[in-house]
Structures are given as C-alpha cells and as structure tokens.
Design a protein around this ligand. Structure first.
Ligand code: GLU
Length: 179
C-alpha cells in the first residue's frame, strides 16, 4: 500500500512532505520520492529503498518551493527501482503525478501516446497518466480540466495527486473506487 502526500501553502514543502511520508511508512513500500515546484521548474528526487535513503540523498540540497508532492511506492507495474519510483513525469517534465493503484488500460493508452511521439522512461502505468494530462493540457490550458479529461480515458481503481509547472498554486487530486 503506497502513501501519497501533497502540500501547498506558505512553508517550505519538502520537510512537510518528508514528515508526511514518515507517518505513512507503516503501510510498507519499496521506494520513495518527492517533487517540489520552484521558479517555474519542478524538481524531482527519488530513491529505491527506505525513506532514510531518500532523506540522506537530499542532504545539503536546498529546496525552497512551497508546493510539492511525496510518495511511497508499492510496485505493481515495473521493478522497484529509481526510474519507476514516483513522482512520474511527462516527457517535458512539466507535469508530475503520484499514484496509488492500477490503471488497467495503460497499455493501449501508452501505445496511442507512443504513436503521437511521446517517449516513455519507466515501466509504470503511472507514467501514462502524466503523459495523458500533458496531452490534454495542450488544449485545456487548465490543470483541473486536463485531469478531468484524462480520467475519462482511464479505467481501474486508483488515487492520484498532480502538479503542473504552469500553475504554482494548485495540486489536483482524484480518487476512483477503492484506494
Ligand atoms: N501502479 C503504480 C506503480 O506500480 C502505483 C503502485 C502503488 O500503488 O504504489 O508504480
């Protein structure tokens, strides 16, 4: 069972996210990661293994963003390594997603997106969500609407949190069925 944490506010996001992930640690996980938005860029940091390793690897790096996402992963699609850890990004790195659950039709969506020129880096079903939202952002121009349009195409039971470099004030969350 993975854990999802999101923060948007006036404090520096990363310590809040790490604290939240530690509280969810009891649920079990195989890898972890965080993302924070600063100066229009989303920085992502991930590690296989325990939160301690993620925390150690962050040491000495200044994260100042006040909006971010955190995740502890329990792999269902793809090995428990750094590339498959969340947050997952679209090809441009502008959209990041953390996800609990399964996207059942991810293969067909992936094939369609590959045909449109999207490139995939991970083995996860989650990366499909970030790329699909990026596709819809070309027309929606609004994260909330792009997520809504994307969810109409996904089947499965899942929870997600999404952040976009184009909107420094919003995290969009959604839950479908059980998670
Ligand atoms: N299906 C996703 C993955 O394998 C999410 C797994 C989870 O719930 O942690 O990355």
């Amino acid at each position: 069972m993975c854990g999802i944490v999101g923060y948007v506010g006036s404090r520096t996001a990363v310590p809040v996210l790490m604290d939240g992930l530690k509280r969810l640690e009891y649920r079990g996980y195989d890898s972890a990661g965080i993302a924070a938005l600063e100066d229009g860029q989303i920085r992502v940091h991930r590690r296989a293994g325990k939160l301690r390793e993620l925390e150690d690897s962050l040491h000495g790096q200044e994260f100042e963003g006040t909006i971010g996402l955190g995740h502890t992963r329990w792999a269902t699609h793809g090995r428990p390594n750094e590339i498959n850890a969340h947050p997952q990004r679209d090809s441009s790195g502008q959209v990041v997603v953390v996800h609990n659950g399964i996207v059942e039709n991810y293969r067909e969506i992936r094939d369609r997106l590959l045909g449109l020129g999207f490139e995939f880096r991970s083995e996860t079903d989650t990366e499909v969500i970030s790329q699909l939202i990026a596709l819809h952002l070309r027309e929606a121009d609004d994260l909330h609407e792009a997520v809504r349009r994307s969810l109409r195409e996904l089947s499965g039971a899942y929870a997600i949190a999404v952040m976009w470099a184009g909107d420094p004030d919003a995290i969009v969350v959604a839950r479908v069925a059980s998670p």
